[in-house]
Design a protein around this ligand. Structure first.
Ligand SMILES: Nc1ncnc2c1ncn2[C@@H]1O[C@H](COP(=O)(O)OP(=O)(O)OP(=O)(O)O)[C@@H](O)[C@H]1O
Ligand SMILES: [Mg+2]
Length: 204
């Protein structure tokens, strides 16, 4: 790994990842750091093609293995093309979602084999894990009203509860790297919690 710092954001839909990532990047830039802000899926040209395949409405089935591999292919390209070169150049890379999203969404959310997802992703990440993962946590009942509007179905809530629980499991397993942050309260309050952890970790 290079001399840079790799930080990822995680959490369920609408919890405030992109909002907090933007604030953090601005704070770091103000302090003079060179920051690369990126995201998965879709951080590269190949990734954007893959994202379109995954999100296109179709009645054609995509198998579990194929879906896991498509996300992993996006990740592999992103790691090689964007993340690793930036870290080698000493930059701070802040990424919206990474391998934990595959584990939480496909593994815990959809009930697919977590071990298989981890295995497939080993090749994609090529040994690169974040120095710190900031996982924002809040009630799906609240966060989904931000992304899906008022009509949220019970099965959506149940699915996101499982994803949220998945993140809790990941936090127990990787307590050093993976930090859960309450996303309750104002954007300002949450950003202060994020900044406190960045400072505590001595990352800046
Ligand atoms: N603490 C907060 N209080 C109230 N509103 C918030 C808070 N944080 C974010 N929001 C608002 O909620 C919406 C979703 O936030 P954001 O896009 O950052 O979430 P996200 O986790 O990136 O969502 P997605 O998973 O869909 O990418 C935005 O309109 C944002 O302004
Ligand atoms: Mg977002």
């Amino acid at each position: 790994m290079g001399k840079g710092v790799f930080i990822t954001f995680e959490g369920i839909d609408g919890v405030g990842k992109t909002t907090q990532l933007n604030i953090l990047c601005k704070q770091l830039q103000k302090l003079g750091y060179t920051v690369v802000k990126t995201r998965e899926p879709g951080g590269t040209w190949l990734g954007r093609q893959i994202r379109q395949i995954l999100l296109a409405p179709t009645d054609q089935a995509i198998s579990q293995q194929a879906e896991i591999l498509l996300y992993a292919a996006d990740r592999a390209q992103h790691v090689q093309e964007i993340v690793k070169p930036a870290l080698a150049a000493g930059k701070i890379v802040v990424c919206d979602r990474y391998v934990d999203s595959s584990i939480a969404y496909q593994g815990y959310g959809l009930g697919w084999d977590v071990e298989a997802i981890v295995q497939i992703n080993q090749k994609a990440i090529d040994g690169l894990m974040p120095h710190l993962t900031l996982c924002l946590d809040n009630e799906p009942e609240l966060t989904l009203t931000r992304t899906k509007g008022d009509r949220i179905e019970q099965r959506d809530i149940a699915y996101y509860q499982r994803v949220r629980q998945g993140y809790q499991e990941i936090a127990q397993q990787y307590s050093e790297r993976f930090k859960i942050i309450s996303a309750q309260g104002s954007i300002e309050e949450v950003s202060q919690r994020v900044w406190k952890i960045i400072q505590e970790r001595g990352l800046v």
